[in-house]
Design a protein around this ligand. Structure first.
Ligand code: FES
Length: 157
């Protein structure tokens, strides 16, 4: 973690309790996530238990405790997608990239999460890869989109 950067971020706040969310947002904007050491420093800076910082960070979906992969996959688990086979699509993606929902590959190539609705229900089942949405997904389309990585192949066996 870049100590100097964190110090600079903290120095622009007074350390009041109401600064917690803006500080978390600033740290995430600079580090891409909320590193554990940063949450400890934030807790000391504001004068609250680290558990309180952690519970706020884990409550809001805008905050991320783990880093994102270069290819971030979002699988929809909303009703329209569910009815049209989203659970099967999710399993195929997990098999192809070798990680489960909420995980990131060790080489940081892929991360995978699910959401309640991507907002393209007419194209269900949908997934998003970084900013691009792919609709009417099938297991074949999953294989095309995610050619098996070494890590994925190991887990498929
Ligand atoms: S339910 Fe999947 S896009 Fe809306």
């Amino acid at each position: 973690m870049k100590e100097e950067l964190l110090r600079r971020i903290l120095s622009s706040y007074k350390g009041r309790k109401r600064d917690l969310i803006p500080i978390l947002q600033a740290v995430q904007a600079n580090f891409g996530r909320l590193p554990e050491e940063a949450m400890l420093r934030i807790a000391r800076f504001i004068g609250i238990p680290e558990s309180e910082v952690y519970s706020v960070a884990s409550f809001y979906t805008q905050f991320r405790l783990t880093p994102l992969g270069r290819k971030h996959v979002t699988a929809c688990r909303g009703t329209a997608c569910h009815i049209r086979g989203a659970p099967h699509i999710l399993r195929e993606i997990e098999k192809a990239i070798g990680i489960k929902e909420g995980e990131v590959t060790s080489d940081l190539e892929y991360s995978l999460e699910t959401v309640a609705c991507i907002g393209c229900c007419a194209l269900a089942p949908c997934i998003r890869l970084n900013r691009d949405v792919y609709g009417e997904m099938t297991p074949e389309k999953v294989k095309e989109l995610f050619p098996a990585s070494d890590e994925g192949e190991q887990d498929v066996q």
